[in-house]
Design a protein around this ligand. Structure first.
Ligand SMILES: Nc1ncnc2c1ncn2[C@@H]1O[C@H](COP(=O)(O)OP(=O)(O)OP(=O)(O)O)[C@@H](O)[C@H]1O
Ligand SMILES: [Mg+2]
Length: 355
């Protein structure tokens, strides 16, 4: 057994990996079979994050239950009560296919007294609402771009006090959903159109934010309290881009479309050199935001570093993407935690905290 999990001396645990699934009628056996099939095909198609997490936990010697949730929290509740996990690994990103309802899963786990990994409902709710999280952070002295929120049906008034260009985003968006080159607006008429587009397309408030010119940095936090640690910073670089803001933002294509990334010279690398002052500011921002937003175990922040060395807070991601080879796992790897050790560390952190 020791050979299977050379990094940690923790006990073998019963860990249920909970995740959202589109498959309403699947039995637990069907989920497990799909996991085995996808992992066997991993060289060709990247397996779902929950399979990667479950596999890492198994390799680390734990008993693992994979528990897909689609539209029935009672089913999750019954199955957890039967299986009696020591810990639930929350790998869910949505409920009822709706990422805005992601908080319901930890809310139920909490009400039933399960210990689970990652953010509590309050952190999921506050970080999902980009306007709310920025207000909290501004109170704590974190630099946030000027912004204005337009509720569905509201249109920008004649006088715009924000400084153009602006970036217009769905207020509760994820994975750069609704972020494209057209999100950058240079005048009021473009702003009006884009706000209307966000309302129509996403049926949610639109947030217009001052565009911050600067380097795009991703910072992962790991651990809690005194053990909280800022992992090495990842940077998205736009090698072939011009100076237009449109070409220098992490759109959906810039993030997920490999062909587009290649054509545009877009890469994620470990952050290039930055001044001591900037890196201190970055660390201070991350620790302050982690605490202020009630984040736990792990989280990822998107920030920008401007030419004056100022750090601007762009977005907090509670329970960020954990797949192998992506920003947070790469940052952990650089800090000496290979993938299975990274996943184990999240387990250890979740077990070690007071609540
Ligand atoms: N105020 C801003 N100034 C400059 N660029 C911005 C600003 N806001 C957003 N961006 C760009 O748009 C990208 C996506 O914005 P944001 O992170 O808010 O949205 P998201 O869809 O929630 O992203 P994620 O995929 O990280 O969840 C950022 O990574 C950044 O490149
Ligand atoms: Mg983001």
């Amino acid at each position: 057994m020791v050979g299977d999990r050379p990094w940690f001396g923790t006990e073998r645990m019963r860990i249920a990996v909970v995740y959202d699934t589109p498959y309403v009628d699947w039995s637990p056996e069907q989920h497990a079979a799909q996991m085995a099939k996808d992992l066997a095909n991993a060289r060709k198609v990247e397996p779902e994050m929950e399979w990667q997490v479950a596999k890492a936990l198994q390799t680390n010697g734990h008993d693992v239950l994979v528990l897909g949730v689609h539209d029935d929290l009672r089913d999750m509740s019954v199955r957890l009560a039967e299986w009696k996990p020591d810990l639930v690994f929350n790998a869910s990103e949505a409920y009822l296919d709706n990422s805005e309802l992601d908080y319901l899963i930890p809310a139920l786990l909490e009400s039933e007294g399960y210990r689970y990994t990652g953010a509590p409902p309050i952190a999921l709710l506050v970080t999902r609402n980009k306007a709310m999280s920025k207000k909290v952070l501004a109170y704590h002295g974190v630099k946030v771009p000027g912004s204005r929120t337009y509720r569905v049906g509201e249109s920008p008034a004649e006088e715009i006090t924000l400084r153009f260009p602006l970036i217009v985003k769905p207020m509760a968006g994820d994975a750069s959903e609704g972020i494209s080159q057209a999100s950058i607006v240079h005048d009021r008429s473009q702003l009006v159109d884009r706000v209307a587009f966000v309302h129509e397309r996403f049926a949610q408030p639109a947030m217009a934010e001052e565009y911050i010119e600067g380097r795009e940095l991703y910072a992962t936090m790991l651990g809690n309290g005194d053990r909280a640690q800022l992992l090495p910073i990842v940077e998205m670089i736009f090698e072939a881009a011009g100076s237009r803001p449109e070409d220098r933002i992490a759109t959906q294509s810039a993030k997920w479309d490999l062909g587009y990334r290649k054509r545009r010279g877009i890469k994620n690398v470990f952050a290039r050199r930055m001044s001591k002052v900037a890196s201190e500011r970055l660390a201070r921002t991350c620790y302050a935001a982690y605490r202020a937003l009630w984040l736990r175990d792990y989280a990822r922040f998107d920030v920008r570093l401007d030419k004056d060395g100022e750090i601007w807070f762009i977005e907090a991601n509670a329970n960020p993407f954990l797949s192998y080879g992506h920003d947070s796992a790469e940052a952990a790897h650089k800090a000496g935690l290979v993938y299975n050790a990274f996943i184990q560390r999240i387990v250890d952190e979740a077990m070690a905290r007071d609540a």
